[in-house]
Design a protein around this ligand. Structure first.
Ligand SMILES: *Cc1c(COP(=O)(O)O)cnc(C)c1O
Length: 300
């Protein structure tokens, strides 16, 4: 019903990638094209938000509040969904972009989103119980959704990625930032497959903790690679941007350097290193996110 209102194209395509790199190392690389789920709503953000939004709709929630940075795919996806569903949305944004809104923030404005800028210090408190409590007191009827849409409830929607698959894989590989997507994949993948996360930020130990905290029980068939974050979140060394251009040219699949670019960049290196045994069947999850790489206009 909700997916119908928003015209989500699920199940998303599951396609074999004709990429010389995968062929050279005698593996089969498939891609789950969640980037094609919707022209605006970023792939994995839909998966993570679906059940929170269904619940909000059923409970007739009139106001949603969430957090994110100035390029956030999560705020963008949620802003659009709330606009379409006629729910007021307040976006609490890290930093002040009043004089130079990003393309993402311009979209939010066009969807009548209430944008409030938080200082970096205020924004840091966004996961603290006292801060959330105060916010909830101030907006007593609002539903507060955590940054990235990452919460326990997100696992069910992400699990649908796995239930849509037409075949089994030796590896399912996805980018990791707040861990919700990886946790959802782990919780729904049979233990005969390995779930492999590619860290898009510096967070060895920290990211594993985030994922573990979201999981209902311990699992053994997963780990996170920490070598290909390119220096940190949204850091884009020239080797990475060059790789993204080449990958898009070779495969006709668009990637951006913050998430999907780092995913395939890591895969290229892992293949080269012989990480995957000959004949391995690998599924890469294309999480979408192309809106985030639009460049900012100069300050007016
Ligand atoms: C948010 C995002 C991710 C990271 O997902 P997490 O669940 O936060 O780990 C990956 N890819 C894209 C395109 C995203 O927008």
């Amino acid at each position: 019903m909700l997916a119908h209102t928003l015209t989500i194209n699920a199940p998303s395509p599951e396609v074999k990638l004709n990429w010389p790199v995968a062929e050279r190392y005698k593996t089969e690389l498939w891609v789950k094209r969640d980037d094609l789920l919707h022209p605006i709503i970023s792939g994995n953000k839909w998966r993570k938000l679906k059940y929170a939004l269904l619940d909000a709709q059923q409970r007739k929630v009139k106001h949603i509040i969430s957090f994110g940075g100035g390029y956030s795919n999560h705020l963008h996806a949620l802003g659009y969904c709330c606009h379409q569903l006629d729910i007021k949305f307040t976006a609490l944004v890290r930093g002040n972009y009043t004089c130079n809104p990003t393309p993402m923030l311009r979209d939010l404005s066009s969807w009548q989103v209430d944008i409030q800028y938080l200082s970096k210090v205020e924004f840091k408190q966004r996961t603290q119980p006292e801060f959330i409590q105060q916010l909830q007191q101030r907006y007593s009827n609002a539903l507060i959704i955590p940054e990235g849409g990452t919460q326990q409830q997100a696992l069910q929607g992400v699990g649908e990625i796995v239930s849509e698959l037409h075949q089994t894989y030796d590896y399912i590989v996805a980018p990791v930032a707040s861990g919700g997507t990886l946790a959802g994949l782990i919780a729904s993948t049979p233990n005969t497959s390995q779930v492999l996360g590619v860290a898009v930020l510096k967070g060895e130990g920290y990211l594993e903790g985030l994922v573990q905290n979201l999981l209902p029980k311990p699992y053994k068939n997963w780990h996170i690679e920490h070598t290909w974050h390119g220096g940190g979140y949204a850091k884009t060394p020239s080797a990475l941007t060059q790789f993204c251009r080449q990958f898009s040219a070779e495969t006709a699949i668009s990637v951006e350097p913050v998430y999907s670019g780092k995913l395939f960049y890591a895969l290229a290196h892992l293949l080269q290193q012989g990480f995957f045994a000959t004949g391995s069947k690998i599924l890469a999850l294309h999480t979408g996110g192309l809106q985030g790489s639009r460049t900012q206009q100069a300050c007016e």
